[in-house]
Design a protein around this ligand. Sequence first.
Ligand SMILES: Cc1cc2nc3c(=O)[nH]c(=O)nc-3n(C[C@H](O)[C@H](O)[C@H](O)COP(=O)(O)OP(=O)(O)OC[C@H]3O[C@@H](n4cnc5c(N)ncnc54)[C@H](O)[C@@H]3O)c2cc1C
Length: 408
Amino acid sequence: MPAPSPRRTQKCSPESNASFRIVIPSEARNLLSLSKEPPAFSLGLQDNRRAAIIFYNALVKSWDVIIIGGGIIGLTLAIALRKRGMQVLVVERGEPAREASHAAAGMLADCPLELPRALHPLATASARMYPEFVHELEDESAIDTGLRDNGTVLFPPQAPAPMPGTNLDAAALADLEPALAPTERPALFLRERSVDPRALAAATLKAAKHRQVDVSSGTTVKEVCIENGRVSGIHTDKSSYGARIVVNCAGAWAGNVAPLRVPTRPVKGQMLALVGSLALHHVIRAPEVYVVPRGDGRIVIGSTLEEAGFDKRTDVNTIHRLHQAAIRLVPALSQARIIEDWAGLRPGTPDDLPILGATGIPGYFVATGHFRDGILLAPVTAYVMSQIIAGEKPDYNLSAFSPQRFHQ
Ligand SMILES: Cc1cc2nc3c(=O)[nH]c(=O)nc-3n(C[C@H](O)[C@H](O)[C@H](O)COP(=O)(O)OP(=O)(O)OC[C@H]3O[C@@H](n4cnc5c(N)ncnc54)[C@H](O)[C@@H]3O)c2cc1C
């Protein structure tokens, strides 16, 4: 762990001199005839002092939990904690859910061939949670998340034994997905779902606000404050906020928040989207490219795995290469029009496993490092992290994901 920075001695609790955001709704202000100053300072008379302090305490907003990062992981966790009655503040550097969660393809790929073994139980559980998860979000937000249940055609890197899913010979493949180019490659049908991550994120944000989760956008968390050996809040580029529990959900940027070195790194993925009158029913996934149809007619193609730091620019040649690889799989894609290309930064970790759980600092938790599977893993992450934060034993063995595995 790095040496503590000098700011670490600054306090985050309301008793300290640190500045605090005071949220006094205008209705309350009118009701109580308050001036623009906080009431404790606007009422100067000795007799009124006790009453002023009571008003002040009632009106200063405090949080049980502060979540750093408003991506799909932070927002989903915020809702899970709110359901347990906790007051939650999400602090987001930019706009919520505009980073990896906005860039994703949205495959809910719980295929054991493509996941580290330690992740199988969580991936399976999360995939099973999805219909209920999106049903609730759609209900609360009135936003369609684009959940599709048509399944995936997988061209595995090599024919494994035993195979998951259903084996498809050339005739069965042509029958199932006529848009595919004829091929003798081994192919499997997997009962996987997909979702539109942008719609999912919008629905999650709206549902979180509906449940009175507070969201502070455009605020960068610089440091988690520690007082008397435990968390007392956060310092941001603008202010300080107090809470006894802080969760780092800052994705690829999680390591930039002092004082703990959370070892995430950005792994860039470039993508493009097409529109056309093509009837493609299934997600098609091959080692060289994947093709994901959306309900609104868009077709999303991805992706690269690049170690390029925090660079999110796309590259013409790379987009062309992905496009051509997709056309080789689905020839009619050559008739579709490219409407967008983009790149996102997956939160990678040294062992390709997420980082979930308590750190060595009481009150400080981490939920990040979901790499290629954060959309899939969001519901189960929220579920187990809310258990841990509430002091319960999680339903799954999370020892492989402990934040403390990197500090031994
Ligand atoms: C090209 C691509 C394709 C993908 N496809 C899939 C897929 O098909 N299926 C799947 O399951 N997963 C997929 N993923 C992975 C998935 O997108 C990620 O695992 C997931 O979005 C991670 O969510 P997150 O909330 O941890 O991170 P993010 O969505 O990146 O959110 C982190 C947030 O933290 C904020 N932040 C960072 N630092 C600070 C700070 N100091 N203070 C305040 N806020 C901060 C950021 O601004 C950001 O909004 C894909 C990813 C990419 C890039």
